[in-house]
Design a protein around this ligand. Structure first.
Ligand SMILES: *Cc1c(COP(=O)(O)O)cnc(C)c1O
Length: 359
């Protein structure tokens, strides 16, 4: 029998979360973001779960080609564009749109001879200072692209640093939008635009031509508000079983480093899931876990293949009892919060050795 750990992907929830994104999009077309193996959900599954999207966006050129080979015929956007001149013929051949964010990319485009035109998202750095042209440099970049015969549609794009906060002390979204509008006006304010990630979409009301939701499609929250309150459904449930039980007396310790010491007599359950499966090793005591549907807590350090939970108050728990690490019944964001990270990181870190099924 295989190890009892399994991740279940809920395709219907992916569909419903996409519908939720579309309802927030004020008529904009939706790029479903599927980078990082669709946030750990699997590219091919995402293609089916997001069949209704207007396009798929990702950063991996080889995965973009894979999407075409799998039969995706609608637009595909490379969010970081291309990394090397040799990517350009691939983009033309497979009809991949790409972001253009730096002079070096423009130079590569200028030198390229392509059989078909490619559509681009011209990226503006409106204060995040990650990728993009500053608003005062964007018009020159646009003019050079517009003069190239193998460039099709040019869409203006930016990315928000703090769309998840209502009143950030630094770089509020409104400030980024002012810079974006100034950059756009220096070219043509009527150019198509691509603006929001999940947080922008859920918490702000901006008009644009394209939106780029990621985490909300996977039922994770981009902010402090729960995913459930945003009407989002979990799309990945990670389940395992209890594979061993120990009765531990007061004063005894549990696991590597003996981090946990039992204050009283307790019952400890051993779960087949560890950091080599993608469960965060730094999860502290108290991180929530469900056993037979009852909420209990992690105790002791997470090991490579196992972790331990307190079964003292889970009546009837036995070897074989079902354990939910996150997903339906236990929001991934609660586990992430306890472990000092975000739902994004947990999903993306699901290890290749974990078998995946669909429901
Ligand atoms: C990852 C990414 C997104 C999606 O962000 P979420 O917070 O997951 O919605 C959107 N745009 C760009 C450029 C990205 O890299």
């Amino acid at each position: 029998m295989p190890r009892p750990l399994i991740a279940t992907i809920h395709l219907d929830a992916m569909q419903q979360n996409l519908a939720r994104a579309r309802a927030c999009a004020r008529g904009a077309k939706v790029w479903a973001v599927v980078k990082a193996n669709a946030y750990g959900h699997g590219l091919e599954r995402a293609m089916r779960g997001f069949a209704d999207a207007d396009g798929l966006a990702l950063v991996e050129v080889d995965y973009a080609v894979r999407l075409r080979e799998l039969g995706w015929s609608k637009p595909i956007l490379l969010l970081e564009g291309f990394f090397d001149a040799s990517d350009l013929p691939v983009m033309a051949q497979y009809g991949l749109n790409g972001s253009v964010h730096c002079e070096e990319q423009i130079a590569m485009l200028a030198a390229a001879r392509l059989p078909h035109a490619i559509d681009v998202h011209l990226k503006m750095n409106t204060g995040m200072n990650r990728l993009g042209f500053t608003p005062d440099a964007v018009a020159a970049a646009y003019a050079r692209l517009r003069a190239m015969p193998h460039i099709g549609t040019i869409t203006l794009m930016t990315h928000f640093a703090n769309a998840d906060e209502a009143a950030p002390t630094r770089l509020p979204l409104a400030q980024q939008m002012l810079r974006f509008e100034a950059g756009a006006a220096s070219i043509d304010a009527a150019l198509p635009r691509s603006l929001c990630n999940s947080a922008g979409l859920l918490l702000h009301h901006l008009d644009s031509d394209w939106v780029r939701p990621g985490i909300m499609l996977y039922g994770g929250t981009p902010s402090g508000t729960s995913a459930q309150a945003f009407g989002l459904l979990p799309t990945m449930t990670l389940r395992s079983s209890i594979i061993g039980i120990q009765d531990v007396a007061a004063g005894e310790v549990v696991g590597y480093g003996s981090r946990y010491e039992a204050a009283g007599n307790i019952k400890v359950g051993v779960v087949a899931c560890g950091y080599a499966d993608g469960y965060p090793r730094h999860a502290p005591e108290g991180t929530p876990v469900l056993v037979d549907g009852v909420r209990t807590e992690l105790i002791g350090r997470v090991s490579m293949d196992m972790l331990m939970v307190d079964l003292t108050h889970v009546p009837g728990a036995r070897v074989g009892s079902s354990v939910t690490l996150w997903g339906q019944g236990l929001p991934i964001d609660e586990v992430a919060l306890a472990a000092g990270t975000i739902g994004y990181e947990l999903m993306c870190a699901l290890a290749p050795r974990v078998p995946v099924n669909e429901a």
